[in-house]
Design a protein around this ligand. Structure first.
Ligand code: C6P
Length: 422
């Protein structure tokens, strides 16, 4: 994927995607009497054997607390945990592992920035610019901050029928009183790929700090924080073949250094006295208490696994499969599709006439097809689109064209069942 958000044309890769499915034990089962077709990858991805084995290996051989003991197991656990940090730095091309803070996920990473950095740097009357396609995780923390300090939230509009941000109006919104611009890289409802490098460059011109929500992009395309030029980037391990409960906040070193601690406790201090404390250096200042050690180790294995496939290849595969699904669904009568017509990431949201999204996904589940129905934590976007919910198919590299065909077949059955068009 190019940094302007477009999908780079690449020669056809020679990866045997079907063979990669064997790496995922969970995919080979029947659900409700049908072979599982797992199309809910934007919610969470499945885990390859390599990640499951890394977790087992850690618990069977090296389990101990980090940064505390001087015994062998603690040394091994600490080395593995810090090894994961180094790997995460390399994964997003950070300048240093000190720029990588482990969090519980994207949500906690954004809350860390909003609470710790935001409280220090956003003042009454300042503006925080978001986009209308943000996930609640990239709205609510800023609402809490804005209410606390008296700042104002403003939103870059979405052009509904195109599923794109209205970039022609960016100058209207990105004014000099905007102190922070937080944007999603890939929309979890629309599948839109935003030109984050361009948006960050424009933000820099007015002196705004930038945060990129990489929840839907980190495991799906190459991420280079230096090329994007963002100040912060947040992502979750569980959406990219890693375990739940582990995520990453990348922060430009000088930003992290200018940020007070987020939570207090063990490991984040340098010295503690009865009345006051001093802080550990970045990034440990932000990791109070025993961290999710096995999670970081599992995430390390996931990053290795994804890079062995090649994230450019994954992006291309996602893009082709989503385009195929979009094209097939567009041929069904009574289906309303959301998001961009071309250049989308692996997410396709839709509605079938006269069928509620929840009914649609419930019946699909009875046929073994796992979709998500609802507002996808995008309530303001839903309101803008004039709907309450959508059904959503979201793809990863282990999904196949025949699974898309199965989705289409099931949708036709659903339309017939509910008496709609087909
Ligand atoms: N979206 C979905 O089904 P966490 O829960 O912290 O790992 O990720 C939150 C989050 C933040 N930003 C975006 C763009 C996201 O898509 C998500 C998670 C899931 O779409 C669960 S609502």
């Amino acid at each position: 994927m190019n940094t302007d958000g477009s999908i780079a044309e690449r020669p056809k890769n020679t990866i045997d995607w079907q063979a990669l499915r064997h790496d995922f034990p969970i995919l080979h089962q029947e659900v409700n009497g049908h072979p599982l077709v797992y199309l809910d990858n934007a919610a969470t991805s499945q885990k390859p054997r390599r990640v499951i084995d890394a977790l087992c290996h850690y618990y069977e051989n090296d389990n101990a607390n980090v940064h505390r003991g001087v015994h062998e197991l603690s040394n091994r656990a600490s080395a593995a945990y810090e090894g994961a940090r180094n790997r995460a730095a390399q994964f997003v091309n950070a300048r240093s592992a000190d720029e990588i803070v482990f969090t519980r996920g994207t949500t906690e990473a954004i809350n860390l920035v909003a609470q710790a950095w935001g409280t220090q740097h956003i003042k009454a009357g300042d503006k925080i610019l978001l986009t209308e396609m943000e996930h609640h995780s990239n709205i609510v923390p800023w609402q809490l901050l804005a209410a606390r300090v008296g700042a104002e939230l403003v939103y870059l509009p979405v052009i509904c029928d195109q599923g794109q941000l209205d970039l022609s109006r960016l100058d209207e919104w990105l004014t000099s009183d905007v102190k922070l611009f937080a944007m999603t890289h890939i929309s979890n409802t629309l599948g839109t790929v935003n030109p984050v490098a361009e948006l960050c460059a424009r933000a820099r011109k007015v002196g705004a700090v930038t945060l990129v929500d990489g929840a839907q992009s980190a495991g799906h395309c190459l991420i280079d924080v230096q090329e994007i030029g963002c100040d912060f980037l947040a992502f979750s391990g569980h959406k990219m073949c890693g375990p739940t409960g582990i995520g990453v906040l990348y922060g430009r070193l000088e930003r992290l250094e200018a940020t007070p601690p987020y939570q207090g406790g063990g490991d984040m201090i340098s010295t503690v006295e009865f009345q006051s404390s001093t802080w550990n250096k970045v990034p440990h200042k932000f990791e109070a208490g025993t961290p999710h050690i096995s999670g970081a180790i599992g995430l390390h294995a996931a990053m290795d696994y994804l890079d062995a496939i090649g994230r450019e290849n994954i992006a291309q595969h996602d893009h082709e499969l989503a385009a195929y699904a979009y094209g097939e669904l567009a041929q069904l009568k009574g289906i309303r599709l959301f998001g961009p017509h071309i250049g989308r990431a692996g997410v396709v949201s839709f509605l079938a006439a006269d069928v509620h999204a929840h009914d649609l996904v419930t019946v699909a589940d009875q046929r073994g097809v796992a979709l998500r129905g609802g507002h996808h934590c995008n309530q303001p976007l839903m309101k803008k689109l004039g709907v309450e919910s959508t059904a959503r198919a979201s793809f990863y590299f282990y999904n196949t064209r025949s699974e898309v065909d199965r989705l289409v077949e099931v949708l036709k059955e659903i339309q017939k069942f509910f008496g709609g068009n087909s």
